[in-house]
Design a protein around this ligand. Structure first.
Ligand code: ADP
Ligand code: MG
Length: 150
């Protein structure tokens, strides 16, 4: 587990961008944090690093948005999901097992169906700033975290 202090929005964007340079085909990034913690902000910068040209907004009502970039990006926001089963109805299995990058806002709500390996990223309010807690599951993600904090 690694903690990074994010003193302002710029820092959140910087880390998101760096992470976007490190992800690989099939990477799964879980974003956990209260409303306004910075999950979508981070996703936007990660998308920029993946050379996605579209403007990214939270897919709260559609659950998942697809983008084309250096790798395909699948941006989930599962806040409004009723139960994990609904995820399979929208093709969750295919997305997770694809060569794209999956980034899942509110992934804690579908913890029972997360794959074996992923990067768990918690964003917490620290007064006006934020703190990021990175917990890699699996060797691949441990390496990504090592690179991220270099
Ligand atoms: P979420 O998707 O988690 O609901 P958003 O990314 O939509 O959150 O919104 C995060 C808000 O917090 C934005 O207004 C952004 O400018 C701000 N923000 C992001 N990172 C930081 C930070 N490190 N310190 C202070 N404010 C931040
Ligand atoms: Mg959001």
């Amino acid at each position: 587990m690694v903690k990074i202090y994010l003193e302002n929005e710029e820092k959140t964007k910087e880390i998101g961008y760096k992470l976007g340079k490190l992800v690989e085909p099939g990477s799964v990034i879980c974003l956990i944090g209260d409303l306004g913690a910075g999950k979508t902000t981070m996703t936007q910068s990660l998308a920029k690093a993946l050379e996605v040209d579209d403007y990214i907004t939270s897919p709260t009502f559609t659950i998942v948005n697809e983008y084309e970039g250096r790798l395909p990006l699948y941006h989930f926001d599962v806040y409004r999901i009723g139960c994990s089963e609904e995820m399979y109805d929208i093709g969750y299995d295919e997305y997770i097992n694809s060569d794209g990058v999956c980034i899942i806002e509110w992934a804690n709500l579908i913890e029972d169906i997360l794959p074996d390996e992923y990067l768990y990223v918690e964003l917490k309010y620290k007064e006006m700033a934020r703190e990021m807690i990175l917990t890699p599951k699996g060797e691949k993600y441990e390496k990504i975290v090592e690179e991220l904090i270099k």
